[in-house]
Design a protein around this ligand. Sequence first.
Ligand code: ADP
Length: 403
Amino acid sequence: MKVLVLNCGSSSIKYQFIDTEKQLAVAKGMVERIGMSSAVLTHQPLNKEKIRIIGEILDHTIAIEYVIAVLLSPNHGVIKDKSEIDAVGHRVVHGGETFSGSVLISEEVMKALKDNIELAPLHNPPNIKGIKAVLEHLPNTPQCGVFDTSFHVKMPPHAYLYGIPFELYKKYKIRRYGFHGTSHRYVSQRAAALLRKPIEELKIITAHLGNGCSMAAVNHGQSIDSTMGFTPLEGLLMGTRSGDMDPSVILYIMAKEGLSLSEANTLLNKHSGLIGISGESSDMREIESAVAEGNKKAKFAFDVFTYRIKKYVGSYAAAMGGLDALVFAGGIGENSVLVRRDVCSNMEFIGIHLDKNLNENVSGECFITTPESKVKVLRIPTDEELVIALDTEEIVNTQLVNN
Ligand code: ADP
């Protein structure tokens, strides 16, 4: 099946056109600066030159029209007719408590997505716009929604409830949801395959470390806890987000600095994390370079980053009553030798024995622990788009069988 995978943001759309049989993206690209007169479409067909088109793209409907046009283009395209797009799979950030798996988009699902807007005011509206835009251009093509939250939806109440009055959970659905679910699901399943054991027999901790970072405790194939919470702000230190802290700190800063709600929100989401502590950069490569040059604040930022991951490894091993594997994924998890080294240092007590050489010479999916290490540590490149395409294929095929 050929699936167009879309990740629609407020001013950008990322896409991949995936052949699920070959498990390969035959084209990928991105539309940026939607809503502006100088929007940019970057398109990369497999094994061909990348192209850039600049034009006026005022909304998501026009952006999708451009994406379909470039997929059809005689010079840079990969299909001859729109009908070759068998299905469209959308990354949807927030499914709230409604969705515990991926779904075929229907009117009912659209209503539920709208009901969840309050939980993800920045993310769900562009997802909805993207779905509507596809409906206009490809009215007969099935569309599926794959949620960042659904892998975590079955975590137990003791993991998802906050210590606030229960009525507030009931009234406003304030609970821990967890995000990056597609990535945590994929890399935990790949880890089980590499360990040659059924996932139902394994206790796995997954660390998705990109610009946003989160960890999950995957017990017998089920996420039982995750570091991100009501929003993707909780948990690990991230590029620009604070992660865990005493909630009183923000009230104190708001009072002292006279910040509005929206300014406080921006401070925690955009000016904190690696960039906030280091004052240098939100990018781990630049943090590592600054550390190498002796920059003290960059070193503080790096150490807070790795220390917090280490703390969660301990806490999730306790939550699951043991640990078989720890997985590193995402731009930092896959590429930073130093982050993996520091997280795994002095962890022999828990059964982690890092192999220095393997950690420094990773490629593809691989183990980075010594043969005697009781807990295996793996580096697994994540592929969220592939998961979205495969989920979409499965849903569409099931639908065809049922009809
Ligand atoms: P996103 O979450 O936006 O998908 P990525 O998963 O691509 O982002 O991760 C981006 C992060 O990965 C950045 O902090 C970047 O510095 C980091 N990164 C990429 N390559 C390396 C590397 N070789 N060493 C350390 N960090 C890296």
